[in-house]
Design a protein around this ligand. Sequence first.
Ligand code: 1PR
Length: 519
Amino acid sequence: MLFLLDYGAGNVTSLANSIRQLGHEFRWIEQPTDFAQATSLVFPGVGAFESAIQHLARRGLLEPLREYIRSGRPYFGICIGMQRFSDHDKSVPHIGWNSADLLDASPEEPDAFYYFVHSYCAKYNPEKYPEAAEWAHATTQYGQELFISAVRKGNVFGTQFHPEKSGDAGLALLAKWLRAPDAVHAPAAAPRVARALSPTHGLTKRIIACMDVRANDAGDLVVTKGDQYDVREKDPSAAVIAAGAVRNLGKPVALAARYYAAGADELCLLNITSFRHSPLQDQPMLAVVRAAAERLFVPLTIGGGIKDSVDPDGTARSALEVASAYFRAGADKVSIGSEAVYAVERLRARGGAADGTSAIETIAHAYGRQAVVVSIDPRRVSVGADYDGPYKDELVRGADGTAWWYQCTVSGGRESRPLSVVQLAQGVDVLGAGEILLNSIDRDGTGLGFDLDLLALVKRSVRIPVVASSGAGSAAHFVDAFAQTGVEAALAAGIFHREEVGIDEVKDALRAAGIHVRR
Ligand code: 1PR
């Protein structure tokens, strides 16, 4: 019987979904005695090694797990690493689709890309650690570092990437192990090759489809799309719907499935009205996430309402509890908007010292920083060309002599705060966010292209990956964003929902421009 180890943290739901999708049955290890019945075992790691081990130890599972591995029964471990990447030449965490080059030069899956999301790894250094040759199975290059992306020794197989989130390539690898776990461990027939650094790494730029979700006036959750964050119909002649109605571009789960099939590298669901009141009890977005996660095997980010809240029965829910509910529903990352602004305001009021209490910190501590995205909703504030105010160091000057800075907002752009986008981005980096989703209220829904000045400003201010968002109107706009600002990913909503530009079209344009993308 196949067992999965649910160690109480991390996203075990994605793995369970993919194993079900492959037609296999499994049971959960719930107590130490369950190990005795397991004939094969998968450990779905995500994120922080320390908290994973603490959870295992607290539940009395650590020793039985070691005992299981010593017994020689097949074991598949996922993701957890222990040496930190250097962020001198690249953003950390390493997030996205990269290759995994097999050391035994076997021809299997030669062009496959797998999804990685981690700050820690095991570095590949055969001169310093010759014994690693016994168990290193594949390597991957990120920046100018080579690390071990798959290991195998005896009954143990492990991947640094997430097969359950690596689309068809990941499902194929899992299926192979599930069919014949011992075969994966058989010694390679082909001779082993030594890997050396190449001038460029294999990490691809990611294309993300985003669905802004809210209830329409009939109470149904729909994917909507605004212009500069206004999601209500303005022209009754343009739609069958009355002016003032919430724009309805489709059902979230059906659209998510469509984008998965179309080759989106990631998907994002934002609950855009959650700033009003967003209890955890009977939260309809949880059902949406659950249903979407059963159908798609690429990373899914959920945002909106990740904050401390109170249920209708008066039960207080911490932001960590809210995030945990989404992770267990099948989300891989949570995105924090308004609450991140307040957290950085508090951080700055304390003189820049983190105190471990913010939603970013508590969630990153439990799930690893790579699971925490911060969504920023900035707006341009025009100033005179001779501006000498507090944001002068981050002023952007247009070719026409205009000047502006970027101000942070909360509650979906409804309230501006005395905080600049650079202050926010650097603050959330300190607090432990893993990635920035950088929207632009000015460009949202306009199709005018991403705000390249904004992207370049934030990109050079932080070490964590930046996702460009808002304004995409053509495939060429994605080329501009990657080529001119170095962002790691780009997201669009309207053009994909209205089928004006396809994800494949965007990737073709990027490939033609020499930008590395996943097929
Ligand atoms: O504050 O933690 O509850 O999070 C709320 C989340 O909802 C934030 O991520 C915020 O950006 C989002 N949000 C709130 N109001 C709106 C709105 O549109 N009225 N949507 C909103 C933000 C921006 C992007 C959009 C891109 C691409 N939408 O997600 O998808 O701009 O659009 P485009 O390609 O069509 O230009 P909290």
